[in-house]
Design a binder for this molecule. Sequence first.
Ligand code: SAM
Length: 344
Amino acid sequence: MKVSNQFWRFDIHVLKRVSFLNCSPRRFLNGPSTKWGLMPALLALASEPPLRFLVKATLKLGYKITPKVFQLASLFDAIPYTRYALGLLTAARYAREAGINGFSAVEFGVAKGNGLLALTRYAALVSQQTGLEIQVAGFDTGSGLPPPQGYRDVIWHYSAGEYAGDPDNLRKRLGGRTQYILGDVAATFPDWLHATNLPLGFVSVDVDFYSSTRAILDPLANIATEKLLPITEFYFDDILCHGVPHCVGELAAVTEFNKLNPSRQFDKEDWIREWRPYGEKLWLQRLYALYCFDPPRITAGSHIWRSALVNRDRCRSLVNVPAAVPGLHYYISRACAECQRSTE
Ligand SMILES: C[S@@+](CC[C@H](N)C(=O)[O-])C[C@H]1O[C@@H](n2cnc3c(N)ncnc32)[C@H](O)[C@@H]1O
């Protein structure tokens, strides 16, 4: 009997997924561990339909009981604002690879603040689990969308004053843990960026407008390289939406930034979708990375891939890495981290 592939996908993909999960964020962040045993194989099975649905439901409950399951719950989209959890975890991975001890996580467009509260909560968990310092900041007018400045601000969807916040109430809820900066981003962000000590690691852009997104991206064109990770993770909330073509809104600002700045480029984080239990979800396509190619951020044999390049020849486990495996850098980094450990 032929079982529908859509429904039941236990085939060679499961085996490939086992290899991928051997390099899951947790393993990567905490270093290789023999404690995992059969875990990757079980996870690979649990990631397939229809089991993934049950696992997701269990993890939803599990996360309410203990935040220790945070990384697993975010892998199965079992927590609210999973995009922020994944953004933070990916930024943590990039920071680790670059040998940088901390980064800032920023939400542009805060409205009532549910997203900023989630970002604050998850940043504390990622920081606890990785040892990285993560500073969180949120930017908003406080009074909702500013007046649109033309059709590229998607005037058929949005109007001035929508999404007004409640700044006093939000400040109380944030309890001083997180910076909450009021005003138009065109005025507030450049000053903040100059003053901040940690590089930007994860940025969520949820400001709806082309003009507001330009005001966020323009300062990133010329800012010192130390203010960015070599690869900075971005989430653009208002792209790939119904009635919002690529030539307007946040995506138009990204395209223009790429045209104007050849040495700093946004690219889609396509690799992130592969082998995730819910890899088909549209929101995963809203994740981008900003590559900073200016020296000294990414140069041959330095910073981000240095450990991979330096240790490549010594790394016996690389022999076993199949050439066609997606995310090969990941394997190389992990394998070389093992080498480094054994040669220390
Ligand atoms: C869709 S809401 C954000 C929702 C929020 N991220 C959440 O998850 O609840 C968009 C927000 O962007 C803010 N915004 C848009 N353009 C802005 C600008 N130029 N400066 C500051 N805030 C802006 C608006 O005030 C509005 O609160």
